[in-house]
Ligand binder design. Structure first.
Ligand SMILES: [Zn+2]
Length: 336
């Protein structure tokens, strides 16, 4: 590895962010708090971990690669470094509690175990409830030397402004389509599916596309769009359909529905078939889109986005009810 190449664990589309951050560290102008933002599926959490491990390594390479042989690297490999704290919602919960943040504050006020950096990663930062965020604020306001707090969020704008303003914001952007497709091809050398389409369905996020390839997304999508068609035609009842879909990955179902609806709206607004993501369903999208009212589509997309936010944020949620609600409304909007 030459000195200018970022560590292997850094994805190609993160290389610039890595170089900038590591350079700042080498030049002694590293911030004490960061906010990593960008859509899901770009690898922000892994980036934060890799950065944390590099900061803790006692002999990193010039470009920030871990030496792999020091005490810190051994502990990092065993995921047991006492100075790297990963704060995430506890099992069965989607919330980061004030108690978890109090633990962070306590830890920050003690000296680091190994005498070097101490790194705290909070993921996803939007999982902090308001009390937890307030508890963190004081620590962000009064930085402790050699302590780095990294907040990771897919929805940075949903964090309190007081938190955002105290962090250096690093925005992760998706790679170009060709870069992402090349990367996907390198990960899935034997995959027969249309990677370009898969990537578009995943909103251009390579890791989301990779995960979806693993779930056989195209079969799911085919079944789903078939059922949506039956629903539109009144050939199937929304409740029946919700029951049929309840075993599926609900987030995936909602994302596919959103992709479908966004295409309907896209065609409604532009009358341009070439802009459609689900290009293999062009004829049907055009036919359905023409029959719908723009305002109904906009309102329905809002409904589904709200349902999606609920699915992401709440653990104790009757998912079948969420999907039932979504499908009942679909029938209403389409029949209007
Ligand atoms: Zn090391």
């Amino acid at each position: 590895m030459t000195s200018s190449v970022p560590p292997d664990k850094v994805y190609p589309w993160q290389a610039t962010a890595w170089q900038q951050l590591w350079q700042a560290r080498q030049q002694g102008r590293f911030a004490h708090a960061f906010l990593f933002v960008g859509i899901g599926g770009l690898g922000k959490k892994q980036f934060a971990q890799t950065l944390g491990n590099a900061l803790l390594c006692s002999q990193p390479s010039e470009a920030g690669g871990q030496c792999g042989s020091c005490h810190a690297c051994h502990m990092a490999a065993a995921k047991s470094h006492p100075d790297l704290m990963m704060i995430e919602p506890e099992e069965d919960s989607k919330t980061i509690t004030i108690d978890q943040i109090r633990q962070v504050v306590k830890n920050v006020n003690e000296t680091s175990m190994q005498g070097g950096y101490r790194v705290i990663i909070i993921h996803p930062a939007t999982a902090m409830n308001i009390n937890a965020a307030n508890a963190l604020l004081k620590t962000l306001e009064e930085p402790t030397p050699n302590t780095v707090i990294i907040l990771v969020s897919d929805q940075g704008s949903r964090l309190p402004a007081t938190i955002i303003s105290r962090c250096q914001k690093i925005t992760f952007t998706k790679p170009s389509q060709s870069e992402a497709v090349n990367w996907l091809r390198s990960q899935l050398p034997n995959e027969k599916v249309d990677l370009q389409l898969l990537l578009k369905l995943a909103e251009g996020a390579p890791l989301k596309a990779l995960l979806w390839a693993d779930k056989d997304l195209f079969t799911l999508r085919k079944d789903l769009y078939h059922d949506v068609h039956a629903l539109t035609e009144g050939a199937i009842d929304p409740l029946q359909l919700a029951a049929k879909w309840q075993e599926l990955d609900q987030l995936c179902v909602v994302d596919l529905l959103l992709s479908w609806l966004t295409d309907l709206l896209r065609f409604k607004l532009t009358q341009d078939e070439s802009k459609l993501v689900n290009s293999d369903y062009r004829a049907e999208i055009v036919r359905v889109s023409v029959a719908l009212l723009k305002n109904n589509l906009l309102a329905y997309i809002d409904e589904i986005q709200a349902a999606r936010a609920n699915l992401v944020a709440s653990y104790n949620l009757n998912k079948q009810l969420v999907i039932e609600n979504v499908l009942i409304k679909w029938a209403q909007y389409v029949s209007r």
